[in-house]
Write a protein that binds this ligand. Sequence first.
Ligand SMILES: [Zn+2]
Length: 312
Amino acid sequence: MSLTPFIAMQYAVDIVNTSEHNSNKIAACLFQDDQWVAETNHRPDIFQFHFTPDIKFGQSSQFIHSETACIFNTPFMTEGAEICITDPPCPNCAKAICEAGIDHVYIDHKGLGKDFVQRRGDDFESLSLLVFEKAGVNVSIIYRKEERLEPLITPPVATRKGSAQGIEFFDWDDDTTLRDYLSKFRQRQPHTSWALAKIREGNKYLGIILFEELTNGLTPRDYAEHRQRSEKYRLPVDPLNRILYFVKRKGMTIIDNEVAVNLYPSSRALVNSVGFGLETIHIGEMKPDHDDQGHTAAQMIEKTGILKLIYL
Ligand SMILES: [Zn+2]
């Protein structure tokens, strides 16, 4: 039997108070047919052994947001799935949801009235909703008691389910190492930001390369307009984050931690990589992707042995 959004939202509400975050406890439930996964915003277990919750890695907290945690922990393809969230999603999670190919976002009506939203509401209204609308993602408010839905965004049918852009595949040659591929692609595209991974499709290995991109439907003009409004959030998606969302979208598996990036990853991308379960990342050059605190974050994480960074 397929889950209804009312049941899925209840699964999120049931666990929200278990969140370790002391000011913003948030939970989400990602579901598709009768399968589901629910997560709170939380720190990966491995961080809990080494750090107190207040410590930041560069620009990023240690917490994986609940929506992103659902995407990383789902055992099923996220494409075409739906997600219930106790609170309005931040712009980074909005981008993650679009990249993961999720069709419908449900927000609990109680979440819209919290202090948190009053503080961060601008980002939700000006950025998260923009990202959803352009990508063709439905957004509804849920009233659990009355089992009522109120549509917030209903995109025109013509814009739904666009495919992700800025992605290339290649046949993985077993005699060529990840390091070799990193080096080869840098010769082709020396200064853009991209990520590369070895994946399995059926019984053969493929390489996948993803470039930094705006989420589906957003234009460079949207980006230019947005830049004047907000310093905190960028509209493009880091290629390292993109690759993690894309493999979950398609139900693919990354083989042997074989992931490389051209430019130095951001603090948030590094934290997300740990949340995803990566243990190693190959890095092409020290120049930051966009966040010059990525190096600081990396040093803190590397010292514990949680993540190994290998430089070309
Ligand atoms: Zn978020």
